[in-house]
Design a protein around this ligand. Structure first.
Ligand code: SF4
Length: 282
């Protein structure tokens, strides 16, 4: 039997989630930063880590967003085939929640309507970037991110030759993150998509950022790659906010998918320490 749900219920849950993540960093990120502070040997990097951790404490107490770049809203929606949303369509209700959060929180208006010529600000952060997948069941699962421009700007992808293998991918990722330097605001979380195709690999990379921080990959070979990438980049010395030291990357998450025999697409979505991700299931 079809389950019916008024669109306002989903809209309000989404509004609450956007408000929540703009002021509360993922506790797992805070804990990873505390562990990084315990290990850090550079005095400058320790200062920067202490400032970031103080920011994580102050933001929820004062209702001041974690970062001045409050981000663009990205939503991955899994919509059950036995669920009917009554009222607004899914894009309408998502954009309505984004508009309300921008006004009430308030969040910085960070979206331009036209990307090249006028670049006039929309003033309300819409439209959100929305990806919809239809699944079995009567629920809707929304994975929500407020993604900052600095980290997104440094993300990259390439159609590699399958012959480059594991080492070629690790080199490609490490060189790209090192070239980004301080611009994506390290310490970072890396979402890596391997496989699919030209548009699919970046989506995998973005979805990988929703994995629980530091979760071990279920496949030991990819788990080993995640560890090697994190260790290799941390040994290169960019460090917290580019001040040097031991911690450029907090965690690396890989998602993989089937691909064409001639291809090895690899995408890296870089995420800063203001990791604003949340999941809602209704
Ligand atoms: S990259 Fe992240 S921490 Fe840096 S300015 Fe953008 S949102 Fe803020």
């Amino acid at each position: 039997m079809m389950r019916k749900i008024p669109s306002e219920i989903i809209q309000q849950a989404l509004y609450k989630a956007i408000s929540e993540i703009s002021y509360h960093c993922d506790p797992k990120v805070t804990s990873a930063l505390e562990q990084a502070l315990n290990r850090e040997t550079s005095e400058l990097a320790r200062d920067a880590l202490n400032s970031i951790l103080a920011n994580h404490r102050i933001s929820p107490e004062t209702n001041i967003p974690l970062c001045q770049d409050t981000g663009s809203t990205v939503v991955f929606a899994e919509l059950g085939a036995e669920l009917q949303i009554v009222g607004q369509t899914l894009p309408e209700l998502i954009n309505s929640a984004v508009r309300q959060a921008q006004k009430d929180c308030p969040l910085r208006a960070s979206t331009v309507a036209e990307p090249l010529f006028e670049r006039n600000n929309m003033g309300d952060n819409t439209p959100a970037i929305i990806h919809v997948e239809f699944v079995e069941g009567d629920q809707v699962r929304l994975q929500i991110a407020q993604k900052g421009g600095g980290a997104e700007n440094m993300s990259f992808m390439k159609m590699l030759s399958p012959s480059v293998g594991v080492e070629g991918i690790i080199d490609f990722v490490s060189e790209g993150v090192l070239a980004a330097g301080s611009r994506p605001c390290p310490p970072l979380i890396l979402g890596i998509g391997i496989g699919s195709n030209f548009e699919g690999a970046p989506l995998l990379a973005k979805k990988a950022l929703f994995e629980s921080l530091g979760r071990p990959h279920p496949d030991a070979r990819y788990r080993q790659m995640e560890t090697e990438i994190t260790q290799r980049i941390n040994a290169l010395g960019c460090g917290v906010q580019g001040f040097g030291g031991d911690c450029t990357v907090l965690a690396t998450h890989i998602l993989q998918a089937p691909c064409h025999i001639a291809s090895l697409p690899v995408a890296v979505n870089i995420e800063c320490h203001a990791h604003r991700h949340l999941e809602v299931i209704i």
